[in-house]
Design a protein around this ligand. Structure first.
Ligand SMILES: [Zn+2]
Length: 493
């Protein structure tokens, strides 16, 4: 445990302060040198570094993220043929013992050719090959995988629930192996200043996290989601949002997915997709009549609500359901919102949980499939100006679990030489930081702290992405920094 942090500079041109930490809480903040703090191994000298509250990633799929970091990444492919070629060269250089070969990250929204089973059969015919799209709302199978997963018809591309069903069965590594990968992913998150995540993995997450904490996991605060298919079980076990279950892990929201995604052209919209042959307006995965009763049932059982809505029609229906429920919650994504719906977030107490890097990944796809509507796509500025509470996340594995990437995307709306994507929707760095943190650097708050080498208020978009983090503390305990490195070295020595 760290007893004090000396000589740390709060953002905004303030003089350096000393922080006294006790029982996981900041017990005092005073001008540097004003308190009599003896030095010791449990005191960090920040050396004038900047101090921030610990960062949160408000939307993560932790098991998927931990696994996707090890899967074949076809994210660079600009056609189905290119994706197949990437898989071919990846297979040449790796000995994959798993019986199913898995790749991730394809974005077919702008491809000139069609992803079909036969394109993949040309690469691998004798083993099952599954590629998961970047937005995780579709999977692309070769013929062997179609046989293996009992997909009897179609061209090898599955969407929404059919895709999720295949993805769920791909968690083929043992719990022990996946838990180790999760531990590594969490350590890397802590190295970016993260102290907490909302884990919306599409699983029965309770057992996974109990087991991980039992195995020593203590790098992050975790709030895990419960999905409708597990709601009965969760209620029977008396789970409810906020209930601590082990270590710093607690029960998060009831997560309901009401529509698809932009890349898969299943986000449910008020206007049709250009050239759509089926699902012209996207796909509603929970009928409107069922949504509010489902939310009411979760709410009555003590669950906070997190409603996935990407298209403007799905957002409107989710807001309608919150209005009928008479209680707020969160909308996850809120990627396309009608102007008239913007003020309803604040009025209904609905937080917009958004992933700014998606706008960078999808700016071209958005122009193509939401033509003439992108001025209200990823409307961060409008949401904040309308009074909505906005929080940021990555939706890892869709984007990397790194809040600095989200902060950079939210404030610059570009990640390269291109002009900002609707720069009028950019928010300030201070706003993005507030949307990525849950506490303050103040007495009485959690001792969740990050020490960084540079002032984010003075950095450009590129610098923000690679923000140098020096120390991360969660509840007063180092989760990243020299102390953690020393511990690790001692353990392996
Ligand atoms: Zn998600």
């Amino acid at each position: 445990m760290i007893r004090a942090v000396r000589n740390a500079r709060p953002l905004g041109g303030h003089d350096p302060v000393d922080l006294v930490l006790r029982d996981g809480i900041i017990s005092a903040v005073a001008p540097a040198g004003a308190l009599d703090i003896s030095t010791g191994p449990d005191v960090i000298d920040a050396d004038g570094r900047f101090v921030l509250p610990g960062l949160w990633d408000e939307h993560v799929h932790m098991t998927q993220w931990a696994q996707s970091r090890r899967r074949i990444d076809v994210g660079e492919a600009e056609s189905a043929a290119e994706a197949a070629a990437i898989v071919r060269s990846a297979l040449a250089s790796r000995t994959d013992a798993d019986d199913v070969i898995v790749g991730v990250g394809f974005r077919d929204g702008l491809w000139p050719d069609t992803p079909t089973a036969s394109v993949l059969d040309a690469v691998v015919a004798d083993r099952a090959l599954v590629l998961i799209s970047a937005d995780v709302h579709s999977v692309w199978l070769n013929s062997a995988a179609m046989v293996r997963f009992g997909v009897e018809s179609g061209d090898g591309l599955l969407r929404e629930e059919a895709a999720f069903a295949v993805t769920r069965t791909l968690d083929s590594a043992s719990d022990t192996v996946i838990d180790e990968w999760v531990r590594e992913a969490a350590a890397d998150a802590a190295a970016r200043g993260v102290v907490g995540i909302v884990d919306l993995e599409m699983r029965w997450n309770l057992d996974d996290w109990m087991r991980r904490v039992g195995g020593g996991f203590d790098a992050l605060r975790v709030e895990f989601g419960v999905y409708p298919q597990h709601l009965d079980r969760a209620i029977a076990q008396r789970l409810r949002s906020g209930l601590p279950v082990a270590g710093e892990v607690s029960v998060g929201p009831l997560k309901v997915i009401t529509d698809g995604s932009l890349n898969t052209r299943t986000a449910y919209c008020c206007d049709p997709y250009p050239d759509a042959t089926e699902h012209a307006y996207g796909l509603l995965t929970v009928p409107p009549c069922d949504l509010q009763p489902l939310m009411a049932r979760g709410h009555a059982a003590g669950f906070r609500l997190a409603i996935h809505a990407i298209g403007d029609a799905a957002n409107r229906l989710a807001l309608d359901a919150f209005a009928r429920l008479g209680h707020g919650g969160r909308i996850e994504h809120a990627q396309l919102v009608r102007r008239s719906d913007l003020p309803r977030f604040a009025a209904l107490g609905v937080t917009a949980s958004v992933q700014p890097e998606h706008a960078m990944d999808d700016r071209d796809v958005a122009e193509r499939y939401w033509p003439g509507r992108t001025h209200r796509a990823f409307p961060l500025r409008d949401l904040i100006d309308s009074g909505a509470h906005v929080v940021l996340g990555s939706d890892a594995p869709v984007a990397p679990l790194d809040p600095w990437i989200a902060i950079s995307a939210a404030t610059a709306r570009t990640r390269d030489e291109r002009a900002p994507f609707h720069g009028e929707q950019a928010i300030t760095v201070a706003e993005a930081l507030a949307a990525s943190t849950r506490s303050r650097v103040a007495a009485g708050e959690h001792a969740d702290l990050v020490l960084i080498d540079a002032d984010p208020l003075q950095m450009d978009a590129r610098e923000l992405r690679s923000m140098p983090v020096a120390h991360t503390l969660m509840a007063g305990r180092p989760t990243f920094g020299p102390a953690v490195a020393a511990q690790r070295d001692a353990a392996t020595a």
